[in-house]
Design a protein around this ligand. Structure first.
Ligand code: IPE
Ligand code: IPE
Ligand code: MG
Length: 242
């Protein structure tokens, strides 16, 4: 199962406490640990977290640099925890606009956890689905090929993804907004969407488990008809045909 999360609401969490936005991001980083551990317990196969969108560069420089400092620090501590939990880290998104320090931390985390057989933890940094799709098309055009499997291969390459990016089963967005904000647009074609008011720093294991429970109650039809209706249609066919 692939769960993707748009971790939104750090700024509002801080504002409600009369704290600077960066305090919200620090609290948000702590929430990540609990959710990763909960996902491992729930046997999620892949967890993709939206940590920094390409559009987030438009925020004040101080906030952006605080976010990158946090991301770097968090990668270091997360790597230790991931090794304990057999979790493999993969950072997706552009790398050409990241600092050399952050790039090194990313490469270190990916190398250190490369043999971990457990859950795959993908962290999206400087990520824009639209950018990934355009860049993928540009590469395919140069190869003069447009085959679905080649497309998926190239998309993974563009994203620095280890292996093809799996389709998202459940997309969770905290913070109350009901939009995708340029996240995994291709991979979310048939994702179940789950929007929750809770701000990201307050999102804890029980709320995550509630989202997974809601997912199990959804009826995924992928353009077909549900199992009951299919059985009914088959039975009607049998009786009509004698
Ligand atoms: C999400 O929280 C974290 C990032 C986008 C990096 P926000 O910072 O967007 O928080 P709000 O939406 O302003 O509350
Ligand atoms: C989406 O949140 C990006 C991340 C959570 C990293 P934003 O706060 O940037 O999205 P918008 O601006 O509400 O669409
Ligand atoms: Mg936001």
């Amino acid at each position: 199962m692939h769960v993707a999360i748009i971790m939104d609401g750090n700024g509002r969490w801080a504002a409600r406490r009369h704290l600077p936005r960066t305090a919200g991001h620090r609290a948000g980083a702590k929430a990540v640990d609990a959710i990763v551990a909960a996902a491992v317990r729930q046997r999620v196969g892949t967890l993709t977290l939206y940590a920094f969108s390409a559009a987030n560069w438009s925020r004040p420089t101080g906030e952006v640099s605080a976010l990158f400092t946090l991301l770097r620090r968090h990668l270091l501590t997360q790597t230790r925890r991931c090794l304990e939990q057999s979790v493999r880290i993969n950072v997706i998104g552009r790398r050409d606009r990241l600092s050399a320090d952050l790039r090194q931390s990313i490469e270190h985390s990916e190398r250190a956890t490369a043999d971990c057989p457990g859950m795959r933890l993908r962290i999206a940094i400087d990520y824009s689905a639209q950018h990934s799709l355009i860049e993928t098309c540009r590469r395919l055009q140069a190869e003069n090929s447009l085959d679905r499997s080649r497309f998926i291969e190239r998309l993974a390459e563009v994203d620095h993804a280890v292996g093809p990016s799996p389709e998202v089963d459940l997309l969770i967005r905290t913070g109350g907004e009901k939009r995708l904000s340029d996240f995994l647009l291709w991979e979310c074609a048939y994702a179940e969407l789950y929007f929750v008011e809770c701000l990201w720093p307050d999102f804890a294991a029980p709320a995550f488990e509630q989202a997974l429970a809601e997912y199990t109650r959804r009826d995924r039809r992928f353009g077909g008809i549900d199992a009951c209706a299919a059985a009914g249609a088959a039975a009607a066919g049998i009786s009509r045909n004698g």
